[in-house]
Design a protein around this ligand. Structure first.
Ligand code: PMP
Ligand code: GLU
Length: 396
């Protein structure tokens, strides 16, 4: 009954584990959720006020498909100031979240049979978005010793005549690591040599710690910029997950194709959210720094605590709000009749026995790890870690 395409796709693991946790909560179980990558901060008031003003002034109709000119200008200005990238309005498209921008880019770029390189661990939606276009996700495994990031050499090994693009995400979900300039240059060189597009998901760029600054691969040079689709959005930086605003910047022909696809599917992103996004990008930015400072505190705490749990080791992430501890020492153990063979079993065990929701490494294409989102209060983090500690102790 269903299309072959629909049959290939699974639901987003992050979203489904979070909804399971929410269901358990609604039925009275005291669940601690580390499952979802969503800032626990409220959307700042100035942004909310801009949306209220948009509603009251009747800014509630269709807008140009790819976003209103004022929002495109705010994005152009941001890309210039933050990333030294110059674009014009024909090179920007605003969509209903970065996920939608990524989806449109996939639709615009991949034909059936094209191969798309995806370094693992990867964000859960990349392989399925490739599959939705009847293209082939080619997973490039990364190593913890390389801080889970891909190297130019390992990309090279997977390139064939059919390779069309590579998807990069830095700072990374699920690991929190990012690329330095030299590594980006190496990757860009390989991409150019083989005429690959680079889909560069930079949604966590504002969430970097230890004074690190974000470098967009598109800023390396003009040639790289021409082959790169920069993806970004406001969900993480401005605590605006529900507003659904993301955007893409890139070569005019690709952006135009993405806009055409959008014009035949969703039309414009919500008019009200666009006004809110303009305020988010042009108004005060102190709330971003306040959030980053708080995430940084939690990062220090969670990494220290995780490393004190026997059989768990966790490197210190550089950005985003995820810890990705290695739990290999606990795999293969049991409690009663329950065997914990892999990261999925571990996530299930922690959810059912300890009421802690988190995402198994397997969902990101990397076994032996779990992802803990620390976009939640310090109190919740402390309680959740205590529960994990106890549950792991019970395994033998
Ligand atoms: N890319 C990555 C790596 C993400 O973690 C997320 C999380 N939601 C997104 C894209 C999509 O963000 P949104 O659609 O909310 O803008
Ligand atoms: N990106 C977030 C996460 O990884 C939100 C969930 C999703 O969009 O899949 O948890």
């Amino acid at each position: 009954m269903l299309s072959e395409r629909a049959k290939k796709i699974k639901p987003s693991a992050t979203l489904s584990i979070d909804s399971k946790a929410k269901e358990m909560k609604a039925s009275g179980v005291d669940v601690i959720s580390f499952a979802l990558g969503e800032p626990d901060f409220d959307t700042p008031d100035n942004i909310k006020e801009a949306a209220i003003k948009a509603i009251k002034s009747g800014f509630t109709k269709y807008t140009p498909v790819g976003g209103v000119p004022e929002l495109k200008d705010a994005i152009i200005n941001k890309l210039k100031t933050d990333n030294s990238l110059e674009y014009d309005r024909t090179e920007i498209v605003v969509s209903c979240g970065a996920k939608h921008s990524l989806y449109n880019a996939a639709q615009a770029l991949y034909s059936p049979g094209d191969e798309v390189l995806i370094p693992a661990p990867y964000w859960v939606s990349y392989p399925d978005q490739v599959l939705l276009n009847d293209a082939v996700p080619v997973i490039v495994d990364c190593r913890e010793e390389d801080l889970f990031m891909v190297t130019a050499d390992s990309l090279k090994e997977k390139i064939t005549k059919k390779t069309k693009a590579v998807i990069l995400n830095y700072p990374s979900n699920p690991t929190g690591y990012t690329y330095d300039k030299k590594t980006l240059e190496g990757i860009a060189e390989v991409a150019l040599k083989h005429n690959l597009f680079i889909v560069s998901d930079e949604i966590y760029e504002k969430l970097l710690y230890d004074g690190l600054t974000h470098i967009s691969i598109a800023s390396i040079d003009k040639e790289v910029k021409k082959k790169t689709i920069v993806i970004n959005g406001l969900s993480k930086s401005h605590a605006m997950t529900g507003w659904r605003i993301g955007y893409a910047a890139g070569d005019k022909s690709v952006i135009k194709a993405m806009e055409n696809i959008q014009s035949q599917s969703t039309s414009n992103p919500t008019s009200i959210s666009q006004k809110a996004a303009i305020e988010a990008m042009t108004g005060q930015q102190e709330t971003v720094s306040i959030m980053v400072k708080e995430f940084d505190k939690r990062r220090e705490f969670i990494v220290k605590e995780l490393n004190e749990i026997p059989g768990v080791s966790c490197r210190r992430p550089q950005g985003a709000f995820y810890a990705f501890p290695n739990i290999k020492a606990h795999l293969g153990k049991s409690v009663g009749s329950r065997k914990v063979a892999d990261s999925s079993d571990m996530a299930m065990y922690l959810l059912e026995d300890a009421a802690v929701a988190l995402v198994p490494g397997g969902a990101f294409g990397m076994e032996g790890y779990i992802r803990i989102s620390y976009a939640t209060s310090m109190e919740v983090i402390k309680e959740g870690l205590n529960r994990i500690k106890k549950a792991l102790k019970a395994l033998s």
